[in-house]
Design a protein around this ligand. Structure first.
Ligand code: 13P
Length: 264
């Protein structure tokens, strides 16, 4: 059984105090609320994983605010080199040092706003897999790519360029893929359950074709794009959706708790 991941991507939100208050409130809910306690046993038994991705400057406060290991911390980006003259960048050893378990790579905002291309994203993915940080690798099509019937072509090329040199055991055990259709991000226009499932099923088929049954069976695939407490349960009930990558709704602790609840 694949462990479900409920991951909040805070993007450029939540300063140090806000990050630390969020973590404390969430941990209080986990330890004192009836449903929160159910979440704790699901985390402890390996059924679900709760992840939050603060901005670089809030990672330290988020880590420091944790009094348990129930919440994992992710970064939102990384540079592929270990160290050196790369002004403004943050390395994998730095993320490890700061307490990150995961890093988001290839988010659509990195691809489309900051121009990160296939070649750079492949370097980031490979460097991450050589570190102790695990990648959450994002793919997804633009609206015009979907309407012109090119969704599958886009997903195949984003994945092929990134996982070309990887092996089956790495794909199955270390990589998390997030399917985030760009038209659904921050728009309130969630993909329908069947559209999200169709794309995630397609991604799993690509993994099967390239890496075989064991890897494709254990590969975790998340959906992201306007996830809310109102639509999270039905998205999570789809057989190829193993979790959610949540933007806006992860900024409100109560909404994030309701999304966790929907995964239990
Ligand atoms: P929204 O949930 O705000 O649409 O953002 C999704 C996202 O980009 C998560 O990485």
């Amino acid at each position: 059984m694949r462990r479900k991941m409920i991951a909040g991507n805070w993007k450029m939100n939540n300063n140090q105090a806000e990050a630390s208050n969020f973590i404390s409130s969430l941990e209080t809910w986990l330890s004192s609320d009836q449903t929160g306690k159910k979440a704790v046993s699901a985390v402890s038994s390996g059924e679900i994983e709760i992840v939050l991705a603060p901005s670089f400057t809030s990672i330290g406060s988020a880590v420091a605010a944790k009094s348990t290991n129930l919440i994992q911390i992710s970064a939102q980006n990384v540079h592929h080199k270990q160290s050196g003259a790369y002004t403004g960048e943050v390395s994998l050893p730095m993320l490890e040092d700061a307490g990150c378990k995961y890093v988001i790579i290839g988010h659509s905002e990195r691809r489309h706003v900051f121009g990160e291309d296939f070649d750079l994203l492949e370097k980031k993915l490979i460097a991450t897999l050589e570190s102790r940080v695990l990648p959450i690798f994002c793919v997804g099509e633009l609206l015009e790519e979907r309407t012109s019937g090119n969704m599958k072509k886009v997903l195949s090329s984003q994945l092929d360029s990134a996982w070309n040199s990887l092996t089956s055991d790495v794909i199955g055990e270390m990589v998390v893929i997030a399917y985030e259709p760009v038209w659904a991000i921050g728009t309130g226009q969630t993909a329908s359950d069947s559209d999200a499932e169709y794309a995630c099923d397609f991604i799993r088929t690509l993994a099967y074709d390239k890496f075989g049954i064991a890897a494709s069976d254990s590969l975790r695939i998340l959906y992201g794009g306007s996830v809310k407490p109102e639509n999270s349960a039905s998205l999570l009930s789809q057989s190829n959706i193993d979790g959610l990558l949540i933007g806006g709704a992860s900024l409100e602790v109560e909404q994030f708790e309701r999304i966790i609840t929907s995964a239990l």
